[in-house]
Write a protein that binds this ligand. Sequence first.
Ligand SMILES: [Zn+2]
Length: 177
Amino acid sequence: MPESALRAGVVDYVIPLDRMGGVLLDLIARSGPVLQKSVIPDDLIMEASIAERVVGTTQEINQVGRQVPLSCPDCGGALWEMQQGAVLRYRCHTGHAFTADSLLDSSHHALEETLWVALRMMEERKNLYTSMASRGEGSWSVQQEERIEEIKVHINRLREFLINGKDPNGTTTAHVH
Ligand SMILES: [Zn+2]
């Protein structure tokens, strides 16, 4: 979040944590009357109440943002893009909030989790075929052995991708049958 704000150029101070209290007190002392006079925008009030899970109907969220064809990585619900401010932000109706960057990180994490599950399932399948092949005979057993080899290729490719982030053959379109 702080990095997103920095990139968006909406930052007034970059200071270490131990100086923050002093600077805040100084700012309040200097701009007290201005702060008291300032009015909190309606969309911010609405968004804060979504964050506090007070408001949750789609109609109400439509007032502060527009629904986009993305789903919340935390709950799977629809996401709204918030129109106010320089930073691109997203919210679901249950109150999960993301910047574009954190949304990318979250969806990457979810994808990785799915791939690990796929890897585990393939390994279980390979083990099952191995048990079947060891009990079978003749051509049927050969068929199981072929399946095992095929699964091994996919397992290795997935594992390589998950660990190193790339296909062992340097391609992403290779297909094994
Ligand atoms: Zn959510």
